[in-house]
Ligand binder design. Sequence first.
Ligand SMILES: NC(=O)c1ccc[n+]([C@@H]2O[C@H](COP(=O)([O-])OP(=O)(O)OC[C@H]3O[C@@H](n4cnc5c(N)ncnc54)[C@H](O)[C@@H]3O)[C@@H](O)[C@H]2O)c1
Length: 225
Amino acid sequence: MSDKVIVVTGAFGALGRAVAQRAADRGYAVAMLDYAAAPAELAGAKLVYGGVDLTKPDQTTAVMQQVRDNAGRIDALLNIAGGFTFRTLSEGDGAAWDAMYAINLKTAVNASRAALPHLIETGGAIVNVGAAGALKAGAGMGAYAAAKSGVHKLTESLADEMKGRVRVNAVLPSIIDTPQNRKDMPDADHAAWVRAEELADVMLFLASAEASAVTGALVPVVGRV
Ligand SMILES: NC(=O)c1ccc[n+]([C@@H]2O[C@H](COP(=O)([O-])OP(=O)(O)OC[C@H]3O[C@@H](n4cnc5c(N)ncnc54)[C@H](O)[C@@H]3O)[C@@H](O)[C@H]2O)c1
């Protein structure tokens, strides 16, 4: 068993649950944070925090301190909270840009700021979730891609700032094989998509001591497409 503690944000979503499970299987203590209420099977469990809005700096700092107090240390922060919308500029309203910025970038900024003092204590790591689709944005992808591009730049900048103290990397997935994506794209080749467990393995590698020489990397994880 490891005595290491990993914090997963967006932990009740499709990727977050897969990552939390994979980390627990490897012996990490896993703190699960999400805006949603904890699902019944997790409610009341140690280190499970539902109803946390990571766009709010004060709430985020408070919950991160609770994790540190309850778990004793924080070795890694996996910033998975986020979301997607497809909205053209001509047909949509401007609100999508604010919403995507808040849910994808602000959550990662707030969680990273709140976790940094604890990660500096342990010489820990942050792993963010960007998006391969943000590298070249198609029609309707502007708001999402702009926010995820922000996550990429947060990763590079914070890695430089924290050099030698906290490693900061990001994965850039294409389409993940989730129930929602299968529902939205029933005719796609699902076998070609990135499985959540495959992405979890890359994230846990970047969070681990095996990646001790890797920081500031934006790692595409695009499956077999
Ligand atoms: N699904 C894909 O194909 C895909 C592709 C590329 C990148 N991503 C990224 O991967 C991550 C996970 O995607 P997913 O498919 O598991 O999404 P999901 O919607 O299943 O899970 C996201 C979770 O984030 C939580 N969240 C949202 N806003 C929050 C906030 N303010 N505070 C705290 N928690 C909040 C939600 O409650 C949800 O549980 C996201 O960052 C997403 O942008 C997904």
